[in-house]
Write a protein that binds this ligand. Structure first.
Ligand code: B12
Ligand code: SF4
Length: 587
């Protein structure tokens, strides 16, 4: 019997934990059945017709799709095509996009034979065993199918498991072969909170894997040198001491793998900061959902957080300088006006994380938000991803404005490529939000938002904005200097794409800076604790910052860039200068 289990990931870099976990659960419970299970993973960027053809050519007896908000449109086309080619082929679906609205899905898609609601590691193998013996649909917990009348309300059908019965989802080949993709891992399921827009608040009791087992499974990722593992635990530090144990274990191991956690910063304690202080740079990455700082909105969506505590803890994490911090905001939540959202943005921006993700409310089927949408005046797209279009508090025009802000913020803020320029630019505005709002407005007026565009064009557009906005020549040139720094840090051997500039520092100034920096370095290094040191970057050696006194291959025949940065913290670049070709001999 030829069975296919398939899904489409949102991008190539992502992998599906669900299909792996279901596969391993099946292999553990396969018994003596000669069922051959093939797992096929695609991305939503693949051509759906090619996927359908490939699945058809595998001559399946049964096909199962794992369905999410990002792939449902494609699954619908592929499933329908398969059924046109093979009318008697049973096609079944599972996953969060279908499990919470199973009856609707059955009504919407006549080609679907059945839907698994909730967790599938028990129901999937049980279904296959039964099907193999009887060729009929079994009555098993979590399955809704056309042949049986289901009187049960959906909530009692959604199947929840004991964590300990779950298999480890990965094979050794996978751990070896997916070095450049993200692997997902679960050490707990469920969430104790009840944010109304989130599916994890629906019927998901909190359960944990035994710590000894978690350690052993983490060892597998480490031994195989996996690059990045993302914990999909809903609130990783919901159990504080358990979270600490896992962090401690990983810190002791100090592996080369990077681990990502979604956590509640207001649950962190001083003890966590002290522990995390020992984590080497690059070991951890934290995603912290803030969503809004407006207490009224937070109360409406039943999200329990304490922004003051979050601020304190995030600032402390940032000071560690070793953990990549990613903060989330959601626009279009009930009760939040455009102005109030701008305050949330400013509050969160001030925390200075590495990334601030500006997302938009999705009214997910099965959530409390779906039930209350009308009450809050939320108009949303009825198709996935069910995004908010307007609410009682925020107009469609303002939400569109926020989309444009998000676009320019992704490019100029989150990319990190314009760090020093944006830092400088923001300082000329009363609030960061105003800076990005003005930039987005400028983009809108120039019809630049449609441009995917070349990188060089983005630099030119930003410079046009600066020229228009910053009237003071000195300030403008100061920003240009920062732009150059950003550019050469990123593209050390490319030509700076702005031809307009005419700023020059006098040779005298350069000599002075160079002399100062050198002298300071020599002086401070004598006590073996330099605070600042100069480094240089040859145009042909990108990001290879060599301490000034170690430069051996200095040649006056090429232009060099010198950087003064905070050392030994080596984080902030506090000054920089350019040494033009032939500078030292005065030409
Ligand atoms: C990883 C992840 C992503 C990744 C994508 C991963 C990928 N493969 O491409 C990224 C970060 C890109 C992402 C993005 C988004 N995500 Co997301 N994401 C997740 C996350 C954290 C983990 C999913 C996972 O692997 N879980 C572990 C597995 C084991 O559980 P599971 O997926 O539920 O699968 C079990 C059951 O559902 C069932 N099952 C699943 N498939 C099948 C199939 C069969 C045949 C059977 C029998 C059973 C079955 O059995 C499985 C094992 O028990 C979940 C939250 C969570 N912790 O689950 C959200 C989640 C899936 N995401 C969600 C959302 C809303 C989004 C975004 C829209 C958020 C946003 N930005 O606004 C975007 C959309 C991206 C896009 N391009 O459109 C929602 C999904 C809602 C939905 N209806 O699908 C979730 C559930 C979060 C939430 N709590 O609300 N996401
Ligand atoms: S948003 Fe986070 S904290 Fe809230 S219910 Fe979902 S997973 Fe839990």
């Amino acid at each position: 019997m030829n069975v296919i289990l398939t899904t489409l990931n949102s991008q190539y870099v992502h992998t599906s934990l669900a299909v792996r976990s279901l596969r391993q659960a099946f292999l553990m419970n396969k018994a003596e059945t000669p069922i051959s299970l093939t797992v096929k993973e695609y991305t939503i960027n693949d051509d759906w017709q090619k996927i359908a053809s490939e699945l058809f050519l595998l001559q399946p007896d049964l096909v199962f799709f794992s369905c999410y908000i990002w792939n449902m449109k494609e699954v619908a086309k592929i499933g329908n095509r398969l059924k046109q080619w093979l009318p008697s082929l049973p096609v079944l679906l599972g996953g969060p996009e279908v499990g919470y609205r199973a009856f609707e899905v059955l009504a919407q898609y006549p080609w679907v034979n059945g839907i698994f609601c909730g967790e599938g590691e028990e129901s999937f193998p049980a279904f296959l065993r039964h099907w193999y013996q009887n060729q009929t649909f079994p009555d098993i917990p979590g399955l809704i199918h056309r042949q049986t009348v289901q009187n049960n309300p959906l909530d009692s059908t959604i199947y929840v498991m004991d964590m300990e019965t779950l298999p480890f989802p990965y094979t050794s080949e996978e751990l070896l072969g997916t070095k450049h993709q993200i692997l997902y891992y679960e050490s707990s399921r469920g969430c104790p909170y009840s944010c109304q827009y989130c599916l994890s608040s629906v019927h998901q009791p909190l359960r944990f894997l035994r710590l000894e087992r978690v350690f052993c499974e983490l060892d597998s990722f480490i031994t195989f040198g996996v690059q990045q593992v993302k914990f999909v635990d809903r609130t990783f530090n919901a159990n504080k001491s358990r979270a600490r144990n896992i962090w401690e274990y990983l810190i002791e191991k100090a592996p080369h793998t990077n681990f990502h956690f979604e956590l509640a910063a207001d649950l962190l304690e001083q003890e966590d900061i002290e522990l995390l202080r020992r984590a080497p740079k690059g070991l951890f990455q934290f995603e912290i959902g803030i969503q809004s700082t407006n207490p009224h909105t937070l109360a409406l969506v039943q999200r329990v957080t304490n922004f003051e505590k979050i601020s304190t803890m995030v600032k402390q994490l940032r000071e560690l300088g070793t953990i990549h911090l990613h903060l989330d905001l959601i626009a279009g939540l009930p009760g939040e006006t455009y102005l109030e959202f701008s305050k949330s943005f400013n509050d969160v921006y001030a925390l200075g994380a590495d990334m601030l993700q500006l997302g938009f409310l999705k009214v997910l089927p099965g959530t409390g938000m779906e039930r209350q949408a009308q009450h809050f005046g939320i108009v949303y797209d009825p198709e996935p991803p069910y995004e908010v279009l307007q609410t009682h508090q925020i107009s469609a025009r303002d939400l569109l404005r926020l989309h444009h802000i998000e676009e320019v913020f992704e490019r100029y803020g989150n990319s990190g490529r314009y760090h020093y320029t944006i830092e400088g630019l923001v300082s000329f505005f009363p609030q960061p939000f105003l800076c990005f709002e003005t930039l987005a407005q400028y983009y809108e007026e120039h019809h630049w938002l449609q441009f995917g565009g070349k990188e060089a064009t983005h630099w030119q557009h930003l410079w046009c904005f600066i020229v228009d906005q910053v009237q003071n020549e000195k300030k403008r040139m100061w920003l240009l200097q920062r732009m150059k720094l950003d550019f050469f840090l990123k593209y050390a051997d490319e030509v700076f794409p702005i031809s307009l500039y005419h700023w020059e520092v006098s040779s005298e100034d350069k000599r002075r800076v160079l002399h100062d920096v050198d002298a300071r370095h020599v002086r401070q290094s004598s006590v073996n604790k330099p605070k600042y040191r100069a480094a240089y970057l040859g145009l042909s050696t990108p990001l290879l910052l060599t301490p000034f006194h170690e430069i051996e291959d200095y040649t006056e025949n090429k232009t060099l860039f010198g950087f003064v940065y905070d050392y030994p913290h080596s984080k902030a670049c506090i000054d920089w200068f350019e040494i033009k070709e032939g500078f030292l001999n005065g030409t």
